[in-house]
Design a protein around this ligand. Structure first.
Ligand SMILES: NC(=O)c1ccc[n+]([C@@H]2O[C@H](COP(=O)([O-])OP(=O)(O)OC[C@H]3O[C@@H](n4cnc5c(N)ncnc54)[C@H](OP(=O)(O)O)[C@@H]3O)[C@@H](O)[C@H]2O)c1
Length: 314
């Protein structure tokens, strides 16, 4: 199957931007629907990318859009809010729109540890979302689905290590919830390459892939790594389970909701995999080889501009 036009839902976001860049570099035409055009302005610099303001949660609007494409990638996702709507109801709308519009290729983004019986509503909704998509695919053999489940994703525009760097710069002492939570961070360019490569790779159809980097870190180790990269020495005090939940309850009520109790419950499972990054998508980069280029002192100027853009919602 030759894929010339891709509908990239959630394309304005962190991972979506890298996916759009890689699709565009291959000469593939990409449509990015967004709730607000200014969220996706940066993509208009890419030669084959178009941005449209549309409410993709309206099945009829989505269906009309899907019909103009050969494949659909759904990256919509949230860490807090109405999980049922975004992670379960919406993937069903997307899969059904593909079937109705006669589009046979769907890439669905989920997360490591997605499980209908998982410890957090985030993970349970991810599990239910996967299940509804497989149900639609089983009932319609014409629909070929590939699912991806990344661990935490890092990259120049991430909201994870960049947040750590900002907190470290402000606070002389870090009170860290869930310090022993485990992650296997994977680079956004590797995640994007897996998605883009899979689109026309027949063996990826009806498969689910975990996407992890080469090494496991605790949350404390990641914080220490970021502190070292930006050249600040900080005392890190790890909180036990009860205080971690209490801290998240307080932060969860503040604007920005840096962390919520549901996030803490997600972290009770290691976000790691006993399978390495799938070889058919190449090799995954190590954190140490990528992060200093965007968080290190030489990257200070660019990182500051990114902070200004984040603060302005651009
Ligand atoms: N980043 C990670 O570490 C990580 C790890 C595992 C899985 N994932 C999953 O990978 C996907 C992409 O992640 P990301 O980090 O790129 O996320 P992101 O930067 O927050 O982007 C998510 C996109 O989803 C759309 N979106 C968000 N909330 C929405 C809502 N309530 N209603 C409609 N659309 C909404 C946004 O589109 P508009 O604002 O343009 O409408 C945005 O472009 C998500 O499904 C995420 O859960 C991410």
């Amino acid at each position: 199957m030759i894929v010339n036009k891709v509908l990239l839902i959630g394309g304005s976001g962190f991972i979506g931007t890298s996916v759009a860049e890689q699709l565009s570099a291959k000469g593939i035409f990409v449509t990015v629907p967004t709730r607000r055009l200014n969220r996706a302005n940066h993509l208009l610099l890419l030669p084959t990318v178009d941005v449209v303001e549309v409410d993709v949660f309206q099945a009829s609007e989505l269906e009309a859009l899907v019909g103009h494409h050969d494949a659909v990638i759904n990256l919509n996702g949230i860490l807090r809010g109405d999980f049922e709507r975004v992670h379960v109801a919406f993937p069903k709308i997307v899969a059904e729109a593909c079937v109705k519009a006669g589009v046979s290729r769907l890439i669905h983004m989920s997360a490591l540890n997605a499980d209908i019986n998982g410890p957090s509503e985030y993970l349970r909704s991810r599990g239910r979302g996967e299940a509804v998509v497989w149900t639609v695919a089983k009932a319609n053999q014409s629909l070929n689905v590939t699912m991806f489940r990344p661990s935490v994703v890092f990259g120049e525009r991430d909201k994870f290590l960049n947040l750590f760097a900002r907190l470290i710069k402000v606070f002389p002492l870090m009170l860290l919830g869930t310090p022993n939570a485990q992650f296997q961070p994977v680079w956004v360019e590797d995640v994007a390459r897996a998605i883009v490569t899979s689109i026309d790779l027949p063996e990826t159809r009806n498969q689910t892939y975990g996407l992890v980097g080469p090494k496991v870190y605790t949350l404390r180790e990641l914080l220490e790594f970021v502190a070292a990269v930006i050249g600040r020495h900080r005392l890190i005090v790890g909180l036990g389970p009860a205080l971690s939940l209490l801290q998240a309850s307080v932060f969860g009520m503040l604007p920005g909701k840096v962390i919520t109790p549901d996030n803490v419950r997600s972290m009770s499972l290691p976000s790691t995999s006993d399978q390495p990054f799938p070889a058919l998508f190449g090799r995954a980069a190590a954190l140490e080889n990528v992060v200093p280029a965007y968080l290190g002192s030489a990257a200070g100027g660019r990182a500051r501009y990114q902070q200004f853009r984040d603060a302005a919602g651009r």
